[in-house]
Design a protein around this ligand. Structure first.
Ligand SMILES: [Zn+2]
Length: 275
């Protein structure tokens, strides 16, 4: 699923080609991706509106409209947001869930093969309560090791599950949780409240480092993720833990093991150097 680096990449790619352009026409092919908004209200609000700002919050792409509404897209497993300067091919049209035709014939498309992603439309109040339920952004300058430790304080849940909990920390999912715990040499199943201050400092540094490196590589493409220009990311070439079960640890050479013991999600670790 697109996590922080992937959604950030998408937003950075589409924003300069989208912001300031009026939406002339809207086509919504399927409404099952909509949350808290009807087809009629979404189409009526978007038509004639202008995207005045785009940013990322956690794993969501957030488009502020001139009307004050926010269009919020969470691509999840199979979704992508792409701006095209040409008509769509038949295949592209088939999976285009939301197509906004901008002035100048440019197209802003939400594509989702299996429609696992979601689209919300929120007003100011709705957005304020929505964003208030999400934890701090790890790449913000004020996200210190002390703030990270405070976010994990008092929970006995496995540290991997705790750092993927969007109410505690924004934007980290399964890929970067696996990578950061590997880099910090911490066993993902350890109760979060049993980590020492030094370990929390190491994990904080590892999370920031892996997110920044993944962002520099335009994210990780293991299946459907594409950047805002339709290209794959390249961080899959740098993964050390995620999706590497059975392969040798890059640090010690022991075989990495994959379990589903933590929250049913795929966890890959080196049992020798992650303690
Ligand atoms: Zn190892």
């Amino acid at each position: 699923m697109p996590e922080l680096p992937e959604v950030e990449t998408i937003v950075r790619d589409v924003a300069p080609r989208l912001v300031g352009r009026r939406i002339r026409a809207v086509r919504l092919a399927k409404s099952d991706v909509l949350r808290r908004v009807s087809r009629r209200r979404l189409v009526a609000t978007l038509t004639g509106n202008i995207v005045v700002h785009a940013h990322r919050r956690a794993k969501h792409a957030v488009f502020l409209l001139k009307s004050g509404h926010r269009l919020i897209v969470q691509p999840r497993m199979t979704g992508s947001l792409i701006v095209y300067d040409r008509p769509l091919t038949a295949d592209e049209t088939r999976y285009a869930v939301l197509t906004c035709t901008l002035v100048g014939r440019r197209l802003f498309v939400y594509r989702d093969v299996r429609r696992l992603g979601t689209i919300l439309l929120l007003d100011d109040r709705g957005w304020a309560s929505y964003t208030a339920r999400i934890g701090p952004e790890p790449l913000e300058p004020d996200f210190s090791a002390a703030r990270f430790a405070a976010a994990l304080r008092g929970t006995r849940t496995a540290v991997k599950k705790a750092i993927m909990d969007q109410r505690r920390l924004a934007g980290v999912g399964n890929i970067y949780a696996n990578e950061a715990l590997f880099d910090a040499r911490i066993d993902p199943s350890r109760p979060a409240n049993r980590l020492t201050t030094a370990e929390l400092g190491d994990l904080h540094a590892a999370i920031l480092d892996v997110l920044r490196r993944a962002l520099a590589a335009s994210g990780t493409t293991v299946r459907d993720y594409r950047t805002g220009t339709g290209e794959p990311g390249s961080f899959q070439l740098e993964l050390k833990a995620y999706d590497r079960g059975g392969q040798p640890c890059v640090r010690c050479g022991h075989r990495l093991v994959t379990t589903h013991a933590i929250d049913g999600r795929q966890t890959t670790l080196c049992a020798f150097c992650q303690r």
